[in-house]
Design a protein around this ligand. Structure first.
Ligand code: DGL
Length: 278
C-alpha cells in the first residue's frame, strides 16, 4: 500500500451520535488511541434516534457525514447503535473514506464469546426491530440464538444521572426478566448509554453472563482499521491545539455538562451548528 502522507494521518476521526451517548464511544477511542484527534458531532436537536424510521436516520446520517467531511476527517465512526443498524449499509456506499459502526464489532465479539450459543441484546426499539445484531451474529455463528429486548427507559435514566438508582434497578429487572429466562450467557449492551449502566447490570445478571460493550470493541476495531489503511497517527499524542472538538445541533451547555461528567477531562467549548444546512 502506498504511504499516506503525514497530513492525512494527523487528520481527526469523525465520530457521531444522536446526542451525548456516543461519548461512551469517543471515551474508548481517547483511551485506546491516544494519538488520534476527534471531531464529535451530537445531534442533540433531533435526539432520540431510537424510535425513528430507517429513512429518517439515513437522511440524518448523510447530513452529519457531509458536515464531518468539512472538518477534513480521515475516517468516520458511527457511535450510535441505532444509526449503525439502520444507516451504515446505505451511507458507506457513497463514501471514499473508511467508516465503521458499533454494531458489527459488538456482534462479532458476542459471537466469539458465547459458549452455550444464547446471546441477549438490549438496545433502542429501532435497533432491536432492525434485527441487525442477530443478522450479523449469525454471519459468524449460524448456530447461535439471539434474544432481543428494547429498553427505551434506560436512555433518559442515564441522562438523568441515575446510574445506580433503585428506580433504574427496578426498571432493569423488568426489562431483563424475559432475557434471563432464556439462559443467555452473553449480553450485548447495544445502545450508547448502556455501558454507563454496566455495574448495575452486571450486578443484576451475575457473573455467569458476559457483558459485551460495543463502544470498547469499536475502538479496537478502529485501531485495526487505521493500521490496515496506513492511517494511524504515529507521531505526537493527539496533535493540534484542540485535539478533541465537539459540535452539537442544539443545547450546547447541557451537552457540555454531560460530557464533563463522563470524559476524563473537562471540555472547554461545544459549538452549535445548523445541521439542516448540510
Ligand atoms: N444513541 C442511541 C443508540 O445508541 C441511543 C439514543 C437515541 O435513541 O437516540 O441507539
Amino acid at each position: 500500500m502506498e504511504n499516506k502522507n503525514e497530513t492525512i494521518r494527523k487528520a481527526p476521526i469523525g465520530v457521531f451520535d444522536s446526542g451525548v451517548g456516543g461519548l461512551t464511544v469517543a471515551r474508548e477511542i481517547m483511551r485506546n488511541l491516544p494519538n488520534e484527534r476527534i471531531v464529535y458531532f451530537g445531534d442533540t436537536a433531533r435526539v432520540p434516534y431510537g424510535s425513528k424510521s430507517k429513512d429518517t436516520i439515513i437522511r440524518y446520517a448523510k447530513q452529519i457525514i457531509r458536515f464531518l467531511r468539512t472538518q477534513d476527517v480521515k475516517a468516520i465512526v458511527i457511535a450510535c447503535n441505532t444509526a449503525s443498524a439502520l444507516a451504515l449499509e446505505e451511507v458507506e456506499k457513497e463514501l471514499d473514506i473508511p467508516i465503521i459502526g458499533v454494531v458489527e464489532p459488538g456482534a462479532r465479539v458476542a459471537a466469539a464469546t458465547t459458549k452455550n450459543g444464547k446471546i441477549g441484546v438490549i438496545g433502542t426499539e429501532s435497533t432491536i426491530n432492525s434485527h441487525m445484531y442477530p443478522q450479523l451474529i449469525k454471519e459468524y455463528r449460524p448456530d447461535v440464538t439471539v434474544f432481543g429486548k428494547a429498553c427505551p427507559l434506560f436512555c433518559p435514566l442515564v441522562e438523568e444521572g441515575w446510574l445506580k438508582d433503585p428506580v433504574t434497578e427496578e426498571v432493569a429487572k423488568r426489562y431483563l426478566k424475559d432475557l434471563l429466562k432464556e439462559d443467555i450467557d452473553t449480553l450485548i449492551l447495544g445502545c450508547t448509554h448502556y455501558p454507563l449502566l454496566r455495574s448495575l447490570l452486571s450486578g443484576l445478571v451475575g457473573d455467569q453472563i458476559q457483558l459485551v460493550n460495543p463502544a470498547y470493541e469499536t475502538a479496537k476495531e478502529l485501531e485495526r482499521l487505521l493500521k490496515k489503511e496506513n492511517l494511524a497517527n504515529e507521531g505526537e499524542k493527539a496533535p493540534g491545539k484542540e485535539p478533541y472538538r465537539f459540535f452539537v445541533s442544539d443545547a450546547a451547555d447541557k451537552f457540555k455538562n454531560f460530557a464533563n461528567s463522563i470524559l476524563p477531562y473537562d471540555i472547554e467549548t461545544t459549538r452549535k451548528i445548523n445541521i439542516e444546512e448540510y
